[in-house]
Design a protein around this ligand. Structure first.
Ligand code: ATP
Ligand code: MG
Length: 508
């Protein structure tokens, strides 16, 4: 007997439909899987055998051939266990009802017949919905992450036995459905901007960065509050929208960091240690996984003490920062993961940390300083929209009883500026100023004669690149959005230029 059921494998975040064809014939009893299965799928034979036996069904003593079609696509993942088991049960007529073409099955089997949690269920379900499937059977533990997808019936099941009964129409299982609940989004952490005393210029720069999702580099002496402020940035970032939450959750789903929880509702904040490898940063590996740049998609990638990272590791950031996606080449396919993150970096101006600090003498030699700063290459620096020099905190600020602006107040301004941007970009596929490119910059960042003059002077004096020129326009656009000003004014341009002057000062 021959049977055919459908399942799904992932390439990056895109799911592809696989036909699992099973043929039982008379002859020497054996069990073969063909059609470019990887090792995890070859191992599935043993799990499927035991799971079927332990579900109260006699495993057929026949010549079993399972073909995974299309044969030219390499298949990875243990989610193929369940469709293989169902294919065998259907071929030996234990499942008597015909399995319709619009049902897809994904799930890993355990030896006792339980259906285990799998990684990547959400992107698979979304792809299946887009490919017009009506029903998908998923592991019960994946139901929270998939439940909010509309347009496809999600059937969460705990045991192989129940799948048999469900397909035989002996039991009815209602599709699982949840609504996106945004009330939980706001509880970020116990940290608040009101704890940061003084530092008005730095706070302003951080507010602009958050409002337009711009990259930010802070340079300053030890103990000035760089790390403290960076860790509070998530508290002022705008809430994730449903679409953004889905995108972020897909990435966490394939990287196995979701466990049994539902959608990711907070903007990611990733702060990898400087010993991180290149693969861990951008993704890849034998079984490809998204790296930190993708795990911080729509959120913040914070590199504290940036010059401590090996230069080769920092340089791989250039492509994802520019393109917003990472491409990973595999033997027979190229995977892509999204990586639209806000880079927040902090560093000291020299190895001892006190260069330019009027209260401490810097003990570094010029060559030590040059070596330290050269860790950050010109092209990387050029990709940073806002550079800000952090001054030491003054005693009066620390001791002052003045009430500092809270995260809530700053977030309101940021949210407002994002709304303005969303409205402006509603017809094109972007939502904030940092995503503007070539032609769009021309269209949305028009400036007057006076601003042009300012830019011209800065261009000559600071030796700016074409990229820096565009970045100034984008940052100025965000500054004007924060002020609710339709036009970019000369003072907006002047402030934006000031955020590009540090490379000239430190990296002459
Ligand atoms: N502006 C500030 N207001 C209140 N406390 C501050 C401020 N700046 C620093 N502090 C205090 O100093 C501690 C150290 O600050 P932080 O770790 O942010 O310094 P840093 O600039 O990152 O220094 P380093 O260059 O050594 O990493 C903070 O945990 C905080 O307690
Ligand atoms: Mg620090």
């Amino acid at each position: 007997m021959l049977s055919k059921v459908k399942t799904c494998v992932l390439y990056g975040l895109e799911g592809y439909v696989i036909d699992v064809e099973t043929d039982l014939t008379k002859g020497m009893p054996c069990f073969n899987i063909v059609g470019l299965p990887d090792t995890s799928i070859k191992e599935s034979k043993e799990r499927v055998k035991s799971a079927i036996k332990n579900s109260g069904v006699k495993f057929p003593i026949s010549h079993i051939t399972v073909n995974l079609a299309p044969a030219n696509l390499k298949k990875e993942g243990s989610q193929i266990d369940l469709p293989i088991a169902v294919g065998i049960l259907s071929a030996c007529n234990f499942i008597t009802e015909e399995i319709e073409d619009d049902i897809c099955l994904i799930g890993e089997l355990s030896l006792n017949g339980d259906i285990n949690y799998i990684e990547g269920a959400l992107p698979m379900v979304i792809s299946l919905r887009n490919r017009k499937f009506n029903k998908v059977i998923i592991p019960y533990d994946n139901k929270e992450e998939c439940g909010c997808i509309k347009g496809i019936d999600i059937i969460p099941i705990k045991k192989l036995e129940d799948v048999i009964d469900f397909l035989n129409k002996d039991i009815i299982i209602d599709p699982y459905n949840t609504e996106f609940d945004d009330t939980l989004i706001n509880e970020y952490s116990s940290m608040d901007f009101s704890e940061v005393k003084g530092q008005p210029a730095l706070k302003r720069a951080v507010e602009i960065a958050a409002a337009g999702a711009h990259n930010l580099l802070m340079i300053g002496p030890p103990g000035a509050g760089k790390t403290m402020i960076a860790r509070r940035i998530p508290t002022i970032l705008p809430d994730l929208t449903f679409e953004e939450a889905l995108e972020v959750t897909k990435i966490y789903s394939v990287s196995g960091q979701l466990k049994t929880k539902g959608l990711v509702k907070k903007r990611p904040f990733r702060a990898p240690h400087h010993t991180i490898s290149r693969v861990a940063l951008v993704g890849g590996g034998r079984i490809p996984r998204p790296g930190e740049v993708s795990l911080s998609h729509y959120g913040v990638l914070f590199l504290d003490e940036m010059p401590e990272f090996p230069k080769s590791v920092l340089e791989v950031l250039r492509q994802p920062m520019e393109d917003g996606i990472v491409s990973i080449a595999r033997a027979n396919a190229t995977l892509t993961y999204p990586s639209e993150f806000m880079l927040i970096a902090s560093m000291n101006p020299c190895p001892c940390g006190y260069l330019g600090d009027s209260r401490h003498e810097c003990t570094c030699s010029q060559s030590q300083i040059d070596k330290y700063l050269s860790k950050i290459s010109g092209p990387l620096l050029d990709r940073i929209d806002i550079q800000i020099e952090v001054t030491p905190v003054y005693y009066n600020d620390l001791n002052d009883n003045k009430v500092e602006e809270s995260s809530k107040q700053i977030k309101e301004k940021v949210q407002h500026a994002r709304k303005v941007q969303e409205e402006r970009f509603k017809d094109i596929n972007i939502f904030c100023n940092s995503q503007l490119t070539g032609k769009l910059i021309k269209e949305h960042c028009k400036i007057d004669k006076e601003s042009e003059k300012l830019l011209q002077t800065a261009f000559a004096n600071l030796g700016l690149s074409a990229r820096a020129y565009n970045k100034i326009l984008k940052v100025a656009r965000t500054i004007s959005d924060l002020e609710d000003s339709e036009d970019i004014k000369p003072n907006h341009i002047a402030e934006a230029i000031q955020y590009r002057s540090l490379d000239k000062k430190f990296w002459r």
